[in-house]
Design a protein around this ligand. Structure first.
Ligand code: F6P
Length: 369
């Protein structure tokens, strides 16, 4: 009698990012080609798991999607089964425990394993599912690059390229009009996108959540440039930066989200302060979801393929409670527990901070006052 072939599920959770389709393609093709497995695509992240929305992925459906942004499965940042948002009788959102429904679905669909592709929130939920007895393999994704346990996440490289190109474009118009351009990047509580994008674009000041800044240092930097004949400046600011004396700038609080807080708006605050305190004409550009949309970079396609392939091999060969991670230029499974601790923020001794300071980039702290 032939052994039963594996049946695995895959979902993409949290905010989308370029490379998700590359992972779906790699997981499905590897599972089918190497294990003869069936792959069930669960729609809209954990919401689809709780609500029971899924379909089998065919070879044809995952063919030709490597270079496509978004996710063919859909995603959601509102479906944590243990804190599932349901409108109460008064219309207010109540968070309820729907984990039993999620576990029933997995049993009903006959899944041997689940591949959960997502950021820190998704890895946390994946870890709880593993504790509840589900065979789970995580794949780290996010433009924010803040998942612990992996050296890098796919989506990040594409986002950094977009920030770099945007700064290149803003620099020419800034130079023509002798203006200060403030560029706000995403990244949540980590400054990776602003740091790497800012350095790649040659920003004059880079403000990240990890380095508290003060207005005098930033104003001095842009004014000094004017004094030296450079009549424009680029200030790259991460959305999670805290305003001196007041804190994070929050665009919205939405109780349905896994992290209710949606950051946004620091760019306008910084632009307004620079204009007021320096007298220089200032503009702000919020890059927003441009950093997440569109085709993945070549590096992100390669990473997505490597991670997806390894995840399928883990899922089809009985590994569980692991996340496939980039470590020392290779890809290997690590315990999910290592991927669910504190967010991976930029260490203050990161070589790029030192390199940026060496070429004159101001981080808004006392070292450039
Ligand atoms: O985590 C990815 C991310 O793009 C963050 O950088 C940003 O803060 C957040 O998602 C935006 O969320 P939304 O897409 O729900 O506006």
């Amino acid at each position: 009698m032939r052994a039963r072939t594996p049946r695995i599920g895959i979902l993409t959770g949290g905010g989308d990012c370029p490379g998700l389709n590359g992972v779906i393609r790699a997981v499905t093709k590897t599972a089918q080609n190497e294990f003869g497995a069936t792959v069930l695509g669960i729609e809209d992240g954990f919401e689809g798991l709780v609500e029971g929305r899924a379909h089998e992925l065919s070879h044809a459906e995952v063919s030709g999607i490597l270079g496509r942004g978004g996710t063919i499965l859909g995603t959601s940042n509102k479906g944590d089964p243990w804190h599932y948002p349901i409108p109460g009788p008064d219309g207010r959102i109540e968070r309820t425990d729907q984990s039993a429904r999620a576990l029933e679905r997995i049993a009903q669909w006959g899944l041997d394993a689940l591949v959960a592709v997502g950021g820190d929130g998704t890895m946390h939920i994946a870890s709880r599912l593993a504790q509840a007895g589900v065979r789970v393999v995580g794949v780290p994704k996010t433009i924010d690059n803040d998942v612990p346990g992996t050296d890098v996440t796919f989506g990040f490289d594409t986002a950094v390229s977009i920030v770099c190109e945007s700064i290149d474009r803003l620099a020419t118009t800034a130079s023509a009009h002798h203006r200060i351009m403030v560029v706000e990047t995403m990244g949540r509580y980590a400054g990776w996108i602003a740091l790497m994008g800012g350095v790649a674009g040659g920003a004059d000041a880079v403000l990240i959540p990890e380095i508290p800044f003060g207005w005098p240092a930033v104003v001095r930097k842009v004014s000094e440039r004017v004094e030296h004949g450079k009549r424009f400046s680029i200030v790259c600011v991460a959305e999670g930066v805290r305003v001196p004396g007041s804190g994070e700038v929050i665009a919205e609080n939405d109780p349905r989200r896994t992290d209710p807080k949606r950051l946004g708006g620091i760019g306008a605050v910084v632009a307004d302060a620079i204009s007021r305190l320096s007298g220089h004409e200032t503009r702000v550009t919020v890059l927003g979801h441009l950093q997440r949309g569109g085709p993945p970079s070549a590096a992100d396609r390669v990473l997505a393929t490597g991670l997806g392939t390894e995840a399928a091999r883990c899922a089809c060969s009985g590994r569980t409670d692991v996340m496939v991670a980039v470590r020392d230029c290779g890809i290997r499974p690590i315990p999910l527990a290592e991927a669910t601790g504190a967010l991976r923020t930029v260490p203050l001794d990161h070589h790029l901070i030192s390199a940026a300071r060496a070429v004159g980039t101001c981080f808004g702290d006392e070292s450039c006052e």
